[in-house]
Design a protein around this ligand. Structure first.
Ligand code: FA5
Length: 329
């Protein structure tokens, strides 16, 4: 009987130790301590034990029972504690919430929106045109004949035949003038493409905003006034602009316009746009009377504007999609 009690104790304690749910504890308790439990049955054998050994056996049986009751108790408490901890954790309102990152407006989009606003205040409407464009609009209609060296500056990616990716927003000048008669005052924001090698200020994909004003008596002074005002609106009232003589086949005279900025107190210039008076050949291409109408046009790099506005040293940062960069705007 002594052996039987010892085995019962060891097996039961092992079973309790292995229990991971409260119902397993309860099952173990019933199986051992219940009315028909194994301990009760073992006790019944007491009457077959020699009378002088009975007290010792009885005591052993009680010790086994106490050990089992204690083990059951301890295990039950452990499981209960683990369970409440698990539930508490699920409802712990002090834990940080699940972070769902917010999107950011891209600095280029924001700059484009601001440019639209500035020009809207100056009386410009917004027009748009296709990024996949016909060679005719990108070149010929703008007085850039095939095989003319001026094509190099506006060279582009060719899709097939006479279909290209536009290398500037100027083709939309033609599309707008084909559609309507003067007076015209539009800006055209959009994406353009060039096989330029990327560096700090050049990207093969970038953005321009085109401006076109056509009417009677429009002069270069109007062009200068509009651009100077726009630059001051964009960069602040003290902004200096510099008009350098330049060449574009679709304007005459032509200028490149730089805007001043400061690095450690030192004044520098960044080329922002090309501009000029609309060339009579362009008016001819759209059937306007070049004797009656004059106009000016400009094409500004939106990426360059954003670089100046936000102090971004490298244009490539706009296109890398690094959240750490984008989050700063
Ligand atoms: C043009 O694209 C002319 N269509 C502008 C124009 C319009 C002149 C109307 C006259 C009348 P240009 O190639 O200089 O010109 O480009 C204009 C501006 O786009 C530049 O001043 C610069 O700000 C920006 N730009 C040009 N190439 C890149 C490039 N690879 N990456 C980023 N910005 C560029």
């Amino acid at each position: 009987m002594q052996d039987a009690l010892a085995r019962l104790r060891d097996e039961t304690l092992a079973q309790i130790e292995a229990a991971i749910r409260l119902d397993e504890i309860e099952a173990a308790r019933v199986a051992v301590l219940g009315r028909k439990g194994s301990l009760k049955q073992a006790m019944r054998q007491l009457k077959d034990v020699a009378p002088d050994e009975r007290p010792a056996m009885g005591q052993l049986a009680n010790e086994v029972k106490t050990a089992i009751v204690e083990a059951l108790d301890a295990r039950r408490k452990l499981i209960e504690r683990a369970e409440t901890q698990a539930t508490d954790a699920a409802f712990d309102i002090t834990l940080p919430g699940i972070h769902r990152p917010l999107g950011h407006e891209h600095p280029l989009r924001r700059t484009e929106a601001e440019l639209r606003e500035v020009f809207a205040r100056l009386g410009f409407e917004v027009a748009e045109g296709p990024e996949v464009e016909l060679e005719y609009y990108n070149f010929e209609a703008l007085n850039i004949p095939a095989d003319h060296p001026a094509r190099d500056g506006f060279d582009t990616f060719y899709i097939e035949g006479d279909v290209v990716l536009r290398s500037h927003t100027s083709p939309v000048q033609i599309r707008v003038m084909e559609q309507r008669q003067p007076p015209i005052r539009v800006v055209v924001p959009g994406r353009v493409y060039r096989p330029d090698t990327p560096d700090a200020t050049h990207s093969p994909v970038f953005h321009q905003i085109e401006g076109l004003v056509v009417g009677e008596g429009v002069t270069f002074a109007d062009l200068k006034a509009v651009l100077t005002m726009a630059m001051r609106e964009l960069f602040g009232p003290d902004t200096a602009t510099r008009f350098r003589p330049s060449f574009f086949p679709f304007t005459e005279p032509s200028a490149e316009v730089d805007v001043s900025y400061a690095v450690n107190g030192e004044k520098r210039w960044l080329e922002l746009l090309g501009a000029g008076m609309v060339h009579p050949k362009v008016f001819e291409a759209v059937g306007y009377d070049a004797e009656r109408y004059t106009g000016f046009a400009f094409g500004m790099g939106i990426d360059r504007v954003a670089m100046l506005k936000y102090g971004i040293p490298d244009i490539r940062l706009f296109f890398e999609n690094d959240v750490r960069f984008l989050e700063q705007f």
